[in-house]
Design a protein around this ligand. Structure first.
Ligand SMILES: Cc1cc2nc3c(=O)[nH]c(=O)nc-3n(C[C@H](O)[C@H](O)[C@H](O)COP(=O)(O)OP(=O)(O)OC[C@H]3O[C@@H](n4cnc5c(N)ncnc54)[C@H](O)[C@@H]3O)c2cc1C
Length: 452
């Protein structure tokens, strides 16, 4: 039986441990923080389920849901309350609803687009004409999301659709993010249909079966997934400490943790790529360079609780996004009780705010809470005093898939394939969301359990 060490006890590392355990292989999970789960952390404040990190996962990617089923947690799954699914976007000091029919950033309905004050007439006309685009004759190299969206729908669509929508997911800049890695489905539609609008409409007409909620999550928070996973990884032992160094051995590796060395036949680096980069120079210098080239942004969530009666009129839809052109620190806000009604008691309202960037990270909690309250008042008219406020910081936690990401990851993976026993899993490679992290953990376990 191979011995396995997993560096990082977030959802990627825990999934690796779980699928190894299922295959009858024990492992040692090493986690620097005093708790497991990585950026998944659920707190309970005044009977509200407060998600400090992710609050849900997208339904169309199956891997998180498959895992939840295996863990017997299916009865705990709740879907987003899509009847309330309106997202507002700040434009010219107003909150404008995202027009009905916009799928990610692709408009699919004429009248809501014609009527919206979100974009100007020249952009609306351009969006309509996009329907007539034909596929390119030559395949296109990777481009930035901004270039791609501008080419299809114009600059205003970058500023008021792509930028705020992606800021909520990556905290990133569309001028730097790679369209092939961040929006692969749209790149595929472009190559087949030319027009994204025509592509989305044709695909939709072929879909049948019941519509599923856009997002799913667990009633008591994603922290309950972490707890259930940990319980199910019977063959795993955990060491709380930071892996400071890794060296190759003949047929394996050794890891230094708190001055002690741990040896293993296989190592799964399920930590952030910037941390994996610090561990790999002695093993393979080029791997370390490639890992270090994956950028990361920091993210902050701020939970503000209110008496529901005091904010009832402002609690509209799922929440709002603030485009970069209009914002200072606040990127986005979600009215948690509208998105997931089970998570907030009837007397309270919970606003989940996102702030990002190094300047926000440098602020104290008090300064951030003050800034968020000011901005929420200015943007959404929320004047009530919160009954609680909590700040959660996630430094360098959101991997940025910048232009050329796919090529860099292909090179990294071909080098890893030549290094027996070294694997990576995590949000830095093939998808940032929880389902993709589960998938990567599962694949790492499968490679160890079934070596070719
Ligand atoms: C605020 C926020 C909101 C998000 N919202 C969503 C959402 O709603 N839906 C969604 O699908 N995704 C969301 N994401 C993305 C998703 O949650 C993450 O990409 C995913 O959880 C990352 O899991 P991971 O295990 O790869 O990494 P992490 O959770 O970052 O875990 C890595 C772990 O490695 C440990 N580590 C690092 N270096 C070492 C070392 N040298 N030795 C030992 N341990 C080490 C760290 O302490 C950490 O615990 C969100 C992310 C954030 C930050």
């Amino acid at each position: 039986m191979p011995s396995v060490a997993i560096v990082g006890g977030g959802i990627s590392g825990l999934s690796t441990a779980y699928y190894l355990s299922k295959a009858g292989i024990s492992s040692t999970l090493i986690e620097a923080r005093p708790r497991l789960g990585g950026v998944i952390q659920t707190e309970h404040i005044q009977n509200c389920v407060v998600e400090a990190g992710p609050d849900s996962f997208i339904s169309v990617k199956p891997w998180a849901m498959d895992l939840i089923r295996e863990l017997g947690l299916e009865s705990e799954v709740i879907g987003s309350n899509d009847g309330e699914r309106v997202t507002y976007i700040r434009r010219r000091k107003r909150l404008v609803p995202l027009p009905d029919g916009v799928q990610m950033l692709v408009p699919t309905k004429v009248w809501p687009m014609v009527a919206t004050p979100l974009v100007s007439w020249p952009t609306k006309i351009r969006m309509g004409l996009e329907y007539l685009r034909r596929p390119r004759s030559q395949p296109c190299d990777d481009r930035s999301v901004a270039e791609f969206v501008e080419e299809h729908y114009g600059r205003e669509a970058v500023d008021y659709l792509a930028e705020p929508l992606l800021a909520g997911i990556y905290g990133g800049d569309p001028a730097e993010l790679s369209v092939s890695s961040v929006l692969p489905r749209f790149v595929d539609l472009e190559s087949r249909y030319g027009s994204l609008t025509r592509g989305v409409l044709s695909e939709r007409s072929r879909q049948n079966g019941p519509r599923q909620p856009l997002f799913r999550t667990l009633r008591k928070g994603l922290g309950s997934l972490v707890d259930a996973l940990w319980k199910a990884t019977g063959r795993t032992s955990v060491v709380h400490g930071t892996v400071k160094a890794m060296e190759p051995l003949r047929g394996g590796y050794r890891l230094r943790i708190a001055g002690e060395w741990l040896t293993a036949d296989h190592v799964v680096l399920a930590c952030e790529a910037h941390q994996a980069a610090l561990l790999t120079p002695v093993v393979d210098g080029r791997c370390a360079e490639l890992l270090a080239s994956i950028g990361y942004n920091s993210s902050i969530t701020i939970a503000l609780g209110f008496e529901r009666n005091a904010v009832r009129d402002q609690m509209r839809g799922f929440g709002f996004l603030v485009p970069k052109r209009e914002r200072r620190q606040l990127l986005a806000c979600t009215w948690v009780g509208n998105k997931f009604p089970d998570r907030v008691p009837e007397t309270l309202a919970l606003l989940r705010c996102f702030a990002g960037g190094d300047s926000a990270m440098a602020e104290s909690d008090d300064a951030l809470l003050f800034a968020m309250r000011q901005e929420v008042r200015e943007i959404a008219g929320v004047r009530a005093q919160p009954v609680f406020g909590e700040v959660f910081r996630w430094p360098r936690s959101m991997a940025q898939y910048t232009v050329g990401h796919g090529q860099r990851i292909a090179e990294l993976e071909s080098r890893l394939a030549a290094l027996a026993g070294l694997h990576v899993a995590g949000n830095a490679y093939h998808g940032i969301g929880v389902p993709d992290c589960v998938r990567m953990g599962k694949q790492a376990a499968e490679r160890i359990a079934n070596p070719t």
